[in-house]
Design a protein around this ligand. Sequence first.
Ligand code: BGC
Length: 451
Amino acid sequence: MSDSHRFPDSFLWGASTSAYQIEGSPLADGAGPSIWQRFAHSPGRTVNGDTGDIACDHYNRWRGDVALMKMLGLQAYRFSISWSRVLPEGTGKVNERGLDFYDNLVDALLAENITPNATLFHWDLPAALDDRGGWLNRDIAEWFGEYASVVYARLGDRVPMWATLNEPWVVTDGGYLHGALAPGHRNLYEAPIASHNLLRAHGRGVQAFRAEARVGQIGLVVNLEPKDPATDSDADRDAAQRGDAYMNRQYLDPVFFGKYPDEMRDIFGDAWPDFPADDFKLIGQKLDFLGINYYTRGVVRDDPLALPVRNAYVRQTEHAYTETGWEVHPPSLTRTLTWVTERYGPMPLYITENGAAIYDAPHTIEGAVHDPLRVWYFREHIKAVHDAIAQGADVRGYFAWSLLDNYEWSLGYSKRFGIVHVNYETQERTPKASALYYREVIRSNGASLDP
Ligand code: BGC
């Protein structure tokens, strides 16, 4: 077997999940409600009215799930911490039992030689903080700093990889602009404020880390989606540029360049405020790495009615699409990694999420669910990461989304992203063919991707 796809020796292979999507028992042991608890329990907000009340019952089954990770040969596991388990009111009184859950999980991972990679915020804001304005209140940077410090104090001696936020773009676009995600607002004027406060909170979280954590590295996790114009027309090219500014550069330029892209004012008009210059010092804290979640690219055309970005996706008839309607386009993963390297300078990069919602045929053979399209998706995207390394991107690791089929936010349980199938009636876990394929990629450090 040729080893042309062998990865660097220190390359880290893992899988990702998030708290509300897998844990279940959201109010157990003194936890406070999150905005997802409220949103999912509000009529008409989620497919089938699905909630995260049970999800994968990971809160009770975490020991078995760690054994599953071990069986799959994972070297790292990315999970998120529920803010309202740790601080039921968002600030103030600490709920030690909430911290115990993550403390035990971290110890179990380390005992199996699996590197814990903890994200502090993956969308489940404490409801008590939403009552105080949530991401629209400037004080949230301090609230987040307080929460981060409490977590670092308990886990900072053992967790080597941290991220402040998962995907600030989705929090704002889904939560404050289009309303499909919690807290479900649809307000052009709120969106820039929410984004800015997310970035300020991120900066505050990094500051607290430098002051207190004893080991490890910290980064930010963003979702990046390259935008291509549907035609060569100036209008479509401008539409793609706006899309790129809105989705990609809006969250990276402030961190690395200390300012927002010029296009933001064109996109938001008078909803785009002037932000205090000092804020960019806080936002621009030095990072140890950047986490990139990559799922798809966007081919777009000019569409003056699609406010505020004024572009619309154009379906590519020659390409496959996943069940969430996302074009499968592995070369754009390579391009994303080299673009970040060129635009923001060389830095350690991790693919913190990559995966696909694909229908899994219901039959199982020898204990495996057959998911050939997901196997194909992973093979081509992991090769695309290898290509990016060959082109000079400093990619240090790859995390598949997701370890388990789980609660896909407002889409409920209708979409399955897992490499492990979850039977939601019995909670039985069955590794899919993609999990076994990934295990071999890990074991061979990429060599099995050939030819
Ligand atoms: C999020 C995950 C989500 C996945 C698939 C990412 O945007 O971080 O929570 O399940 O995409 O939609």
